[in-house]
Unconditional design. Structure first.
Length: 153
């Protein structure tokens, strides 16, 4: 006698599929009944009012705001020349630490006592500890770095 090809798992899957189909049919009938009861026809629309909020009524054309494309500024506005202070990019300070074998050190700014990293690639003159130097600042990976470092005589 041959075994039946219908397994328990197959019959369970079939039952789930039929139940899903029946549930879908019931939901569709419920939506149709609700539409008949409330008198709604077709797809309802959602509108965006002049403030950007969703509404069910169309926006009032009198509140429409027309914006000139040239008036939109995407970048930072330029400051007036009279507002800008002239800042000298060259700073002065003293070398607090410098290791020539490792090729780096630190310079303390004389104005604000900030400590800035200095690499041997940013040197113009050779420096050592306690030397008075002038330098410029450049943004590095971990903060501001002193570059174009020269000795003050």
């Amino acid at each position: 006698m041959a075994k039946s090809q219908q397994t328990f798992n197959k019959s369970e899957k079939e039952k789930k599929r039929l139940k899903k189909r029946e549930d879908k049919r019931k939901k569709m009938e419920a939506r149709k009944a609700a539409a008949k009861e409330h008198g709604k026809k077709g797809i309802e629309f959602a509108y965006v009012d002049h403030n950007g909020h969703l509404t069910d009524t169309p926006p009032d054309p009198s509140k429409k705001v027309i914006i000139d494309a040239e008036s939109i500024e995407i970048s930072i506005p330029k400051t007036l020349e009279s507002d800008r202070e002239e800042v000298d990019p060259v700073r002065k300070g003293s070398v607090s630490f410098f290791d020539t074998s490792k090729g780096f050190g630190f310079i303390i700014d004389s104005e604000n006592s900030e400590k800035y990293f200095c690499h041997v690639s940013g040197l113009i003159d050779e420096i050592s500890e306690n030397d008075k130097v002038s330098f410029e600042l450049e943004r590095g990976m971990k903060g501001m770095n002193a570059v174009k470092v020269t000795l003050i005589k």
